[in-house]
Design a protein around this ligand. Structure first.
Ligand code: NDP
Length: 480
């Protein structure tokens, strides 16, 4: 059985514990590889390597840094078939999605920040005739990057690309549920000529090796994407050490559909924003609010299209819904469907585990599920399910739907459907979300700030925001 290895100081090494954890193919419900069970000793070794590498990497000419990162992006493109297959097998997502979204975006992340390294500039301020100020931005040192399982290589590279581009060295940990593409990526780093110690990748359990990364005194900035509960733990550890933190956390995103929308586009896109990647995307719109005059028609069409989604073997080209990432996660999603029923919700389609025939007979598949008849304040509509489950609710007034949309503790993203531009501006301004998509969903420009309000996080990723996060600012004031 294949053993994944840690990547420490340019070498592929076993964990200090000598122990391994089972890695599952969730579509089959079977163990197919082994993951290092790393701990604080591995973090110490990786951080020593990263510290040693820092001087060379941070002082390397930016063109050279950029060239290595560009080469790395080219290698991801070259290996797209292999990486897509690995991503699908590790996470249960359709191979077609891994190939069209996850892996191309991982290459884009690296390429985008390879160019950002060259274009990153700082300001100068002239203080009348008295003084001139200039601002420098230096890499923070060793950064810790921790990513989740839903978009494994996509989110892993989204953090380490700006860190490396800014001149930091990195100790990174992918989710223990989906380690394979981060491992294959570490092999590509070696091939691309990334100097040893610049990126270190450790595998294992969050509360063990992840926590040790957060606690290590020489890791001065932490970029984390994951659940809100974990984010709070990380903040509690990092705050007394006064570390810089960037937290991208959970969401419970509203999808608001006005009667004056382009209905066909709203329906098509809402199916995607509800069920892409089995609903396991932090940006999925799991609460759909529809203006009452359109409600019955929308619900009927939405349910019809949901029923038509093909669930099955992620490797089949026709599959739209693959398996959930793990048995534990499937049980969590099913328990929320039970909760929805207890709270008085009516299931219009879905609601159960799906038995897929053949190779995937033991896999963790759940039908896409549509629930109506719930109040916006019930637990089903307040807590993140992170699966293929949406609720649909009617509304009458603008002010009412804004209140519904803003009623959760989360504030990551929102989607709005209307052909009325003034209304779009008016509602967007009132939504307490870090991102608002009007008449679209998941349309990304990597230069824009990305992140959430309230319990969806602290700070923003994307564009210069991430480059600034991984750098320390200094102002020099010279009297004229
Ligand atoms: P978790 O919070 O469980 O885990 C995220 C990462 O943190 C994993 O690598 C995990 O390791 C690690 N981890 C767990 N405990 C600790 C700890 N004490 N110290 C350090 N690291 C730790 O999230 P999931 O992986 O379950 O991901 C799903 C969540 O991520 C959802 O809530 C989703 O909304 C959110 N998310 C947010 C996004 C955003 O941009 N805002 C984007 C994508 C997802 P291990 O896997 O081994 O437990």
């Amino acid at each position: 059985m294949e053993k994944i290895l840690n990547y420490v100081n340019g070498e592929f090494v076993e964990p200090s514990s000598g122990k391994y954890i089972d890695n599952y193919d969730p579509a089959e419900g079977k163990v197919y590889s082994l993951i290092p069970d790393s701990d604080g000793r591995d973090v110490a070794a990786a951080t020593d390597g990263a510290k040693l590498a820092f001087k060379g990497w941070s002082s390397l000419a930016v063109e050279k840094r950029s060239a290595i990162l560009t080469h790395l992006a080219d290698l991801i493109d070259r290996d797209i078939e292999k990486l897509s297959m690995a991503e699908s097998q590790d996470s249960g997502k359709p191979l077609s999605l891994a190939k069209s979204l996850d892996i191309p975006r991982a290459a884009s992340n690296i390429r985008f920040y390879a160019t950002a390294a060259v274009h990153f500039a700082s300001e100068a301020h002239i203080t009348d005739t008295e003084a001139i100020n200039y601002t420098t931005r230096s890499p923070v040192g060793v950064a810790g990057c921790i990513s989740p399982w839903n978009l494994p290589l996509y989110l892993f590279t989204w953090k380490i690309a700006p860190a490396l581009a800014a001149g930091c060295t990195v100790v990174a940990k992918p989710s223990e549920l989906t380690p394979m593409t981060a491992y294959l990526f570490s092999r590509l780093c070696k091939e691309a000529g990334l100097p040893k110690g610049v990126l270190n990748v450790l595998h294992g359990l969050g509360p063990k090796v992840g926590q040790a990364i957060i606690e290590h005194p020489e890791i001065t900035a932490i970029s984390f994407t994951g659940g809100t509960v974990t984010g709070k733990k990380i903040a509690a550890t990092a705050a007394p050490m006064l570390k810089k933190i960037s937290l991208e956390l959970g969401g419970k995103n509203p999808n608001i559909v006005f009667a004056d929308c382009d209905l066909e586009l709203a329906l098509q896109t809402s199916i995607s924003s509800s069920f892409t990647n089995q609903g396991e995307i932090c940006l999925c719109g799991s609460r759909i609010f529809v203006e009452r005059s359109l409600y019955d028609h929308f619900v009927k069409e939405f349910v019809k299209r949901t029923k038509a989604l093909t669930i099955g073997d992620p490797l089949e080209a026709t599959t739209r819904i693959g398996s959930l990432v793990s048995e534990a996660h499937m049980k969590k999603v099913l328990s929320y469907i039970e909760l929805a029923k207890q709270e008085g919700g009516k299931l219009l389609t879905g609601g159960t585990r799906v038995e897929v025939k053949g190779r995937c007979a033991g896999g963790y598949f759940v039908e896409p599920t549509v629930v109506v008849g719930l109040d916006h304040l019930c637990r089903t509509n307040q807590e993140e399910i992170f699966g293929p489950v949406v609720t649909i609710m009617p509304f009458d007034e603008e002010a009412e739907v804004v209140e519904y949309a803003n009623s959760t503790t989360y504030g990551l993203s929102a989607t709005l459907w209307t052909e009325n531009l003034k209304k779009a501006h008016r509602i967007s301004a009132q939504l307490k979300s870090g991102i608002v998509w009007v008449n679209c969903w998941l349309l990304r420009d990597l230069r824009t700030p990305f992140g959430g309000m309230k319990q969806s996080g602290i700070g923003r990723e994307g564009g210069w925001e991430a480059m600034r996060f991984f750098t320390e600012t200094k102002n020099v004031c010279i009297k004229l």
